[in-house]
Write a protein that binds this ligand. Sequence first.
Ligand SMILES: Nc1ncnc2c1ncn2[C@@H]1O[C@H](COP(=O)(O)OP(=O)(O)O)[C@@H](O)[C@H]1O
Ligand SMILES: [Mg+2]
Length: 246
Amino acid sequence: MEMMKINNLSKTFTTEKETQVKAVEDLTFDVRDGEFVCLVGPSGCGKTTILRIIAGLDTPTSGSIIWMTKNHSIGFVFQGESLLPWRSVWDNIAFGLEIEGRDEKEIKKEVSRLISLMGLEGFETSYPRELSGGMQKRVAIARAFSIDPDILLMDEPFVSLDAQTRNILQQEVLKIWEETKSTVIFITHNVDEAVYLADRVLILTPRPTKVKYEVPITLPRPRDRTEQSFIEVRKDILAKMRTEGD
Ligand SMILES: Nc1ncnc2c1ncn2[C@@H]1O[C@H](COP(=O)(O)OP(=O)(O)O)[C@@H](O)[C@H]1O
Ligand SMILES: [Mg+2]
């Protein structure tokens, strides 16, 4: 079942010098309930803009987003740094639940479940600055999943990490996604990452961006990057990214 439809969405920014930047033009796609969708596109094409509009942090110039359910909670893992530096690991993960006004007992149960799910035991009282980049991402992911969002938006969350840490965190995200049955829209420009994670990859054009190709990934999970079938899908997506036009 579809949870959200994006119809002919466009976004034009007017800069301080009054010039117009067309970031998104005529973008259309659906997201199904429980689906893991990856958006892949060149840097500067408008990916963050799309996520910000879906999250309601910005408004489209034209077009619409239709939600199939009246109430939908949204989680967001931002591109840059997003932990609260003055809060410990535990308190960072508890933040969203506190905002929602959950009772103390429930918060405690949920935070400790996420701490163990994300392998953060022993770091509960540490502060973000005391953690490696990979650990900080684990905290950000735990926090995003804490409110059990209907849809989770992740904006190039692993971009600054080394390949090994990245691969481990991809597995962690899949584990938590399977467990919580949330819907995820995940932005990356790493094709290998998209093929490993996604049910469906949407290849975006350069700016102004729209969907150029839609590629369902039917490889069984857990996926093996060294398998021929995986490599073939990766090749196909890379070739589709290189082709001109739409
Ligand atoms: N608030 C803004 N004002 C003006 N231009 C913006 C604004 N936000 C983004 N842009 C422009 O829109 C384009 C797409 O940006 P963005 O969505 O961040 O790309 P991506 O995330 O794919 O790298 C860029 O050219 C960027 O400079
Ligand atoms: Mg971006």
